[in-house]
Design a protein around this ligand. Structure first.
Ligand code: ATP
Length: 431
């Protein structure tokens, strides 16, 4: 049944000692209990890629619960048993976790009068997984240690850099796999294999994305956002109809990659001026820049790691035209400029600078960022108290007046500020 074979014992021995030791003991316990024992899934994929991944998933052809109990006598970790599913979780003192699942033998019905075929339990278990690169196993029993089990061509797909499903109905059975395909393609910079792309499109045509709850879609999108190259992921999602599948108004046009490169230009122009505008947030804003304003609420959450992100996106997009209008006014003074822009997040500045064609407005955005954005008064309410000024609403006016003078460049030192505060207070009292 196996198409590819690779002896992975060399790779196993390259693992950090603590990780190899776990696999070594698992193999010995398997031998003792006469149970075939494997490490499976993402661990195997990343071992072959020689990428760090210490999430150990073990699969045993036998009583997984008994196996886990014996295995844990070696580690004395925290053991959780899930009898109903035949799965277990061992958590070691250092936080390392070991998942154990029981593989079950199953019968598969083949069409057209072929008899039911009994598949080995490991085959059945691997067949339930998502992509070929994720459904390899490495045997750990000592006599077979390092033997790669690759029924579906995962090794070849790693070599060809392809994300491929195992069968045509995979995305219908579980539409979250549509997003997982994008996630792994982005992470490894792999392509999605042609037929797999067709299966994705068929699933979308059948409305499968709409069958997922909003929470599931958001979770999957956030995984994609956390991977590298969101730009590429969005381009692929547009291409396959995934963005439209999420929301009919969602989508990017042909100029998107070019617009993104303009954002990158702006980011480099503002380097050292702003602290750390987030390129991922900017990518999302760019995608949503033509989204109907009144429907923004329906999608912002799907692309936001947290509330702060959602806010930044919302503020930037919804204030855009108002800010442009205000910045178009003639003879703005520094304090007016400051008031228009100081409450905006860094990402808004970058986004407006890139988006707006008007050179005066762009100049204002740059001037504000270089000269005004960081201005704050030295003095606070406490200093006013020390000056003997009675606490109250006047504090706001006084501090504002000091800030204004500072932004306009009329005062510089803390002494200047204190003096102005005092003078201004006297003038207030006089009124
Ligand atoms: P990551 O590094 O992101 O954790 P992973 O491959 O370990 O990658 P998980 O989401 O932790 O990904 O899933 C573990 C394994 O379970 C995968 O390798 C895959 O084989 C399988 N799996 C997870 N989700 C699905 C799914 N929706 N359909 C089929 N198999 C899945």
């Amino acid at each position: 049944e196996e198409e590819n074979t690779l002896d992975c014992s060399g790779l196993l021995h390259k693992l950090p000692k603590e990780i190899y030791e776990i696999l070594d003991i698992a193999g010995r316990v398997g031998d003792d209990l006469n149970i075939k024992t494997y490490v499976v899934g993402g661990f195997v994929r990343d071992l072959i890629l020689e990428t760090e991944n210490w999430d150990i998933d073990l699969m045993v052809e036998g009583d997984g619960i008994a196996f886990a109990e014996v295995l844990n006598t070696y580690f004395e970790g925290q053991l959780k048993l899930y009898h109903k599913f035949g799965t277990a979780l061992i958590t070691l003192e250092n936080g390392q976790s070991i998942d154990i699942v029981t593989a079950r033998r199953e019968y598969y019905e083949y069409p057209a009068a072929l008899p039911k075929i009994e598949k080995s339990s490991i085959w059945s278990d691997l067949f339930r997984r998502d992509f070929t690169i994720n459904c390899m196993a490495i045997q750990l029993n000592k006599r077979e240690e390092g033997k790669l089990i690759d029924y579906f061509g995962g090794l070849a797909d790693i070599k060809n850099r392809k994300i491929r499903v195992l069968y045509n109905l995979s995305f219908i059975e579980d539409p979250t796999r549509i997003f997982r395909a994008i996630r792994f393609a982005a992470r490894f910079n792999y392509g999605i294999e042609e037929e797999t792309q067709n299966f994705i499109q068929q699933a979308i045509t059948q409305g499968m994305i709409a069958k997922l709850s909003t929470d599931r879609i958001r979770d999957e999108l956030l995984y994609i956002i956390r991977e590298k190259s969101l730009l590429n992921s969005l381009l692929i999602m547009e291409d396959l109809g995934i963005l439209k599948g999420i929301h009919p108004d969602l989508g990017i046009d042909d100029g998107f990659a070019e617009s993104y490169s303009k954002i990158e230009d702006t980011l480099s122009q503002f380097k050292g001026v702003l602290r750390e505008p987030n390129p991922v947030l900017l990518t999302i804003m760019l995608m949503l820049s033509n989204f109907p304003k009144e429907k923004l609420d329906e999608v912002i959450g799907l692309f936001s790691i947290n509330k702060a992100w959602a806010n930044i996106i919302y503020i930037s997009l919804s204030n855009r035209n108002e800010v442009y209008t205000k910045l178009r006014e003639d003879n703005l003074d520094k304090y007016q400029l400051y008031k228009i822009l100081h409450a905006l997040p860094e990402e808004s500045i970058i986004y407006y600078y890139t988006d707006c064609k008007n050179p005066y407005i762009r100049h204002y955005l740059m001037f504000f960022s270089v000269k005004l954005r960081d201005i704050k008064t030295f003095i606070t309410g406490e200093d006013l108290l020390k000056l003997g000024i009675k606490p109250g609403p006047s504090y706001t006016y006084i501090l504002q007046e000091v800030l204004k003078a500072k932004v306009e460049g009329n005062i510089y030192t803390i002494e200047d500020e204190l003096k102005l505060a005092k003078d201004f207070y006297e003038s207030l009292k006089g009124e």
